[in-house]
Design a protein around this ligand. Structure first.
Ligand code: GCV
Length: 617
């Protein structure tokens, strides 16, 4: 089977994107429906725009006539939903639809010189060699991919704003940025920019103190200029006082002071200020037993609840550490009822296989939403997994994560299994048994990866810096606050209120007791919250050490089973070749993780595997 690959990922059934003379999402909706006449097979679609409906839309059917009524961008979302349902041979999505989150954001960590921080799909789509540099055709394809799943905000530059990316808000680069924004506008996608908190220092000011009137005036003027070029800019994204980025702490000010000052500059233009809460001490001494990194975000922000301007949104990573394979939901989500919050997830597979190992994230997000009622947050952001690779995501299956993210941010209650099925069908159109096999492979992929990497919520056993492959003690004596403290008897950090760092106290009931109590703490999070002896007996009667061995042997065996399934799939070229090549690497990685982890714990504990399997001495 050969796919016409024009970079359309899950939309290979649509022709090339309509030309760029179209100015609005409503024009785009009409053009897309016109182009897809074959798919509509005799149906006529009437479009009616009611601006009050915003991103929402209603679909009704009357014989061969389908009525699509929606807001300016709503009609475009409705058109894509309709076309995707037809292609997937599903029932038409009749009825009223509106997104759960008003802002559904994609954060790219692209640098002006063309690299992508934690990018695994090639170089940047937006920058090269210290300049904005993009292919307009690919930009239109991207706009369409994003719109088809409802993503409506695109931040193109890294939150670590390295020279010369600050020029994105300066006159030298703004005309080109304005052109880029106009490519995305007909897809209902608004741009956002990461800014450098200390930017005023480049322009003759000797301070970036948020309470200094000159600093506030500088940002006000800067925002006025930027909005002249991009009037619908969604806002600014800020990483401050985190991992050596500048911020208000330098001036003895709070993050409410810093965020509010910037938010006031954006407010007259309807812009939002997105302030990241990924703040912790990245210069910790491993001998310090009081500081406990996953407690940091709560400690920095919870007491500021209610002190932020209306157009500030605090963006919080899903877990309290940093996008590990398994973490509890960040306790900060429960602590700030009077503040606008956004949930940040990471599509780039930094710690989850780097788009070499297969890792479909939908089931993981479902667990987050199970623990975190969606109404706690009002926006969602995802760190992008896109790059200049022909298929956009490196591994062709990694596109499922972008697809599922958009659809989940639109409706967090959507079943991840249904989304993965829809992605499989749109992307490949395999016969039924093959589609079922691909679906099962993706659904199980996260659990398989989890089994062969760090056990039971322990986190951080990856190779330092690169974050691919095992290094059980790689972060043990490092500055980053990431310790497991394994010795010959036990492993893990006690985070209980009773005997440990007290992190469980940051959670409201019933989560607080659930995690505090060893018996009720879910097995898969036991080593996140508790320090356990290797001979600790789990609920199923196995000792901790036996569970670690079993998971690692099973994780590798299950990877072999994934490889077998993959080999039997009739995937189109080049996806088949790319996926098989990467599967060989995944097998090597899983084997390495299995043997290094098992040997590490065996050498410490001296405990033999009850099943007599090979563990290296
Ligand atoms: C953009 C982790 C990553 C960094 C990233 C940071 C963040 O520490 O390793 O590359 O920096 O998170 O989210 O700001």
């Amino acid at each position: 089977m050969k796919r016409t690959d024009h970079g359309l990922t899950w939309l290979p059934f649509l022709p090339q994107p309509p030309v760029h003379t179209l100015k609005t999402p409503r024009d785009m909706a009409r053009a897309e429906l016109d182009q897809a006449r074959e798919l509509l097979s005799g149906r006529q679609v009437d479009i009616d725009v009611n601006p009050d409906l915003g991103d929402g839309f209603t679909l009704t059917q009357d014989g061969a006539i389908v009525h699509l009524c929606g807001g300016e961008s709503g009609v475009l979302y409705g058109a894509y939903r309709l076309l995707m349902a037809l292609k997937a041979r599903q029932e038409l999505p009749l009825g009223s639809h509106a997104p759960y989150y008003a802002l559904r954001m994609l954060n790219c960590w692209d640098n002006a010189e063309g690299t992508i921080e934690r990018g695994y799909s090639g170089r940047s789509l937006f920058f090269e060699d210290g300049h904005l540099d993009y292919d307009p055709v690919r930009m239109r394809q991207l706009g369409r991919m994003l719109a088809s799943v409802g993503i409506n905000v695109l931040c193109i530059n890294n939150v670590n704003v390295h020279n010369p990316a600050h020029k994105l808000i300066e006159e030298e680069w703004l005309p080109q940025l304005s052109d880029l924004a106009s490519i995305f506008r007909p897809f209902g996608v608004r741009m956002m920019l990461s800014i450098d908190y200390a930017h005023p220092l480049r322009h003759g000011l000797d301070t970036a103190d948020p309470l200094d009137a000159r600093v506030a005036a500088w940002w006000q003027e800067r925002a006025d200029i930027v909005y002249r070029y991009v009037p619908d800019l969604a806002g600014f994204l800020v990483k401050a006082d985190s991992e050596h980025r500048p911020g208000p702490f330098t001036y003895g000010r709070t993050h409410a002071d810093g965020a509010n000052m910037l938010a006031r500059a954006l407010a007259p233009h309807g812009g939002r200020l997105i302030w990241r809460c990924f703040v912790y001490n990245c210069l910790q001494d491993w001998r310090d037993t009081v500081t406990d990194r996953p407690m940091a975000a709560y400690q920095h922000y919870a007491h500021l609840d209610g002190q932020f301007e209306d157009n500030v949104i605090l963006q919080i990573k899903n877990g309290p550490f940093d996008f590990q394979v398994r973490e509890p939901v960040s306790p900060l989500f429960y602590a700030m009822p009077k503040t606008n919050l956004a949930l940040e997830v990471q599509l780039a597979q930094e710690y989850t296989g780097q788009q070499i190992d297969i890792y479909a994230m939908g089931p993981m997000w479902k667990e987050i939403f199970d623990d975190l009622p969606p109404q706690r947050v009002m926006a969602m952001a995802a760190v992008s997994n896109l790059g200049r690779d022909a298929n956009y995501t490196g591994h062709p299956f990694a596109a499922v994560n972008l697809f599922a993210y958009g659809m989940t941010a639109w409706d967090p209650s959507t079943d991840p299994a249904a989304l993965i099925r829809l992605w499989c069908r749109l992307t490949y159109d395999l016969e039924q048994a093959q589609e079922g096999a691909l679906h099962a492979l993706l659904m199980g992929s996260r659990r398989v990866y989890e089994k062969y990497t760090a056990p039971l919520g322990l986190c951080w056993m990856v190779n330092p810096h690169g974050h691919y492959g095992p290094s059980p003690s790689g972060y043990e004596y490092a500055l980053w606050g990431t310790y497991h403290k394994a010795n010959r008897d036990a492993v893990g950090v006690d985070r209980t209120e009773k005997n440990g760092t007290g992190m469980t106290r940051q959670y409201p009931e019933p989560l607080r007791s659930l995690y505090e109590n060893l018996d009720t703490c879910p097995d898969l999070l036991k080593l996140f919250f508790h320090r356990l002896r290797y001979d600790y007996v789990m609920a199923d009667g196995r000792t901790l050490i036996q569970r670690i061995y079993d998971d690692h042997f099973e994780g590798y065996d299950e990877t072999e089973a994934l490889a077998q399934t993959l080999r039997a799939l009739d995937l189109p070229s080049p996806d088949r070749e790319v996926a098989l090549e990467r599967m060989d690497l995944q097998l090597k990685n899983a084997r390495e993780w299995r043997d290094v982890t098992n040997t590490f714990f065996y050498r410490l504990s001296g405990a033999k595997d009850a099943k007599g399997r090979r563990i290296y001495d």
